[in-house]
Structure formats: C-alpha cells, structure tokens
Design a protein around this ligand. Structure first.
Ligand code: ADP
Length: 288
C-alpha cells in the first residue's frame, strides 16, 4: 500500500513540473519579448539623442570656427578704412583749407563703407547663430524674383539697363527662410546691375526635375570677372580686379553672405564669366 501511494505521488510530482514548465516558458517568453521591445525602443531613443547631441556639437564647433575666422577677417579689413580715415583727418587738420571739403567727403564715404560692412557682418552672424531650418517655410521663388526685380528695377532704369524676367509656367516651390532667399536674389541681381554699365540683364527660373532642384540664372552684359578671381569670388572681403579697376565701390562681402545662406539651405551658386562681355550667376536650390 505504502509503496503504491508513494508511486502515485511520485507520478503526480513527475507530471506536474512538465505542465508548469510550459506555462513558465510562455510567461518568460512574454516577459522577454516585452523587455526586448522596451530595450530596443530605449536603444533607438538613445541613438536618436546621441545623434542630436553630435549635430549640436558639430554646429557649436562650426560657430566657434566661424567666430574665429570672422574676427580675424574683420580686424584685418577694418584696418584699411581706419588708416585711410586717419590720413584724411590729418590732412583736414594740416592741409590746404580749399581741400578740406573734399577730405571731409572722403571720410564720409569711408564711414558709410564701414557702416555697410558692419551690417553685412551682423547678417552673417545671424545666419549661423540660430538654426534657420526651424524657420523654413515653402517659398515661391517666382513671386520672390518678381518682387526683387520690381525693387531693383529703379536702379536699373537709372542706368538705362533693361531687366528681363521670363517666368516658366510651372516651377515648384523651395523650402527656406523667405528673407534670406530674398537677400540672395537682391545680392546677385544688385551685383548684375552694379557691374553692368550698359546692356541687358536676363533672369531665368528653371526646374531640373531629375535633380529635384530649381535654378535662378542671372545673366548680365557687364564688365565681367577675371579668370584668376573666380576661385576666390565667394571668399569674404574678396574683390575682383576688374571691379576695383573700374572704380566700382563694394565690400566683397555680398557673395560670401549669399554662399553662407545657400549652404544652410542645401543649395549652391555657380558663376561663369568673360571679361568685357558679362557674367552669369546660377543659384541652385532643392525643391520643397
Ligand atoms: P562687392 O560687390 O561688394 O565687392 P560681392 O561679394 O558681392 O562684393 O562680390 C565680390 C566680387 O565679385 C566683386 O567685387 C566683383 O569683383 C565680383 N562680381 C560679383 N558680381 C559680379 C558681376 N555681376 N559682374 C562682375 N563682377 C562681379
């Protein structure tokens, strides 16, 4: 009897763990799946944060580098007008009285140039110090070109220049900061008017569907650019030989600002030119 009882008990105990094992395995699997999913999403979140941190670090490094470069460039560039002004002030004090009015006018021109330069430098720092992508909206370049041509047209008419803008029926919008893109167009069209003594300025807006890009080409019949200036044209404070020889005023900052703006918009600018015949600037921007 006793033996049987024991046998029964042992059968029962032998069967029990097998049943419990199945339930436990299922439960454990559920728990494991839960933890694995949790861990995977935590890992993804961690990766996302690490990437954001890396980007922020990169931006900070870029800003740091920009500050250092800007400071060096500015200190260097301020020296020239300041020396010029000191010289003119000396002449006003010690030179012939009949020349005084001319020297005062020279100083005024230099002060105006310095003011312009400071404005441009502030613009440049604004482009990088904040994250412009946060302010990006869809921008209709066709409308923006129309407004810019309207505004700059006054200057062109004063110089007897013809500005043609032939819009295409459909060109997609781009994504960007409207004011900054307006500044790009103002600068490029402004230069075309400034460096063209006679003739025509043609603006063409095109869509390159294959590359998902939009191109604004500004072609002028102006003084042109010497080949040796082309590689440095977008460097801060660089002024072309032909522009200086023609006595046309400028700070050499406009195109550097244009390039900075296009950089943060994922775009770029190209130039081709024949001295004495004219230049074409092409601004490329990705479609929205
Ligand atoms: P700025 O016009 O004030 O000198 P920018 O940075 O706008 O400065 O232009 C840099 C240089 O590029 C100019 O000094 C000039 O030599 C040249 N440049 C720009 N646009 C034109 C143009 N449309 N025709 C001829 N030269 C140009």
């Amino acid at each position: 009897m006793t033996t049987v009882k024991i046998q029964r008990q042992s059968r029962a105990t032998a069967a029990k763990p097998a049943r419990i094992d199945v339930t436990q395995t299922e439960e454990m699997q559920q728990v494991l799946t839960f933890f694995t999913t949790e861990m995977m999403s935590a890992h993804e979140e961690l990766l996302k944060r690490a990437r954001a941190l890396e980007e922020a670090n990169h931006r900070l490094e870029e800003i740091g580098e920009l500050k250092t470069r800007l400071l060096g460039d500015v200190a260097h560039e301020l020296r020239t007008p300041l020396t010029g002004m000191m010289l003119k002030l000396d002449l006003i004090e010690r030179g012939k009285p009949e020349n005084q009015a001319r020297y005062v006018e020279d100083v005024r021109v230099q002060v105006r140039r310095l003011g312009q330069m400071i404005e441009n430098i502030l613009d440049m720092t604004r482009i990088y110090m904040t994250n412009p992508a946060e302010r990006f909206v869809e921008v209709d370049l066709h409308a923006l070109i129309g407004e810019t041509v309207e505004r700059k047209g006054i200057l062109a008419r004063q110089k007897d220049l013809t500005v043609n803008y032939l819009p295409l029926p459909y060109v997609p919008k781009v994504r960007g900061e409207r004011d900054q893109l307006e500044r790009v167009l103002e600068n490029v069209l402004g230069n075309a008017i400034k460096y063209t003594l006679r003739g025509t300025i043609d603006i063409v807006l095109q869509h390159d569907a294959l590359r998902s890009q939009v191109c604004v080409a500004v072609r002028d019949t102006g003084i042109g650019i010497a080949p040796e200036d082309l590689p440095q044209l977008f460097n801060r404070f660089h002024r072309g030989k032909l522009a200086s020889e023609a006595g046309i005023d400028g700070s050499g900052l406009g195109l550097a600002i244009v390039k900075d703006i296009l950089d943060v918009h994922g775009g770029h600018i190209e130039v081709e030119s024949t001295p004495g015949q004219g230049s074409t600037f092409r601004v490329w921007l990705p479609t929205a």
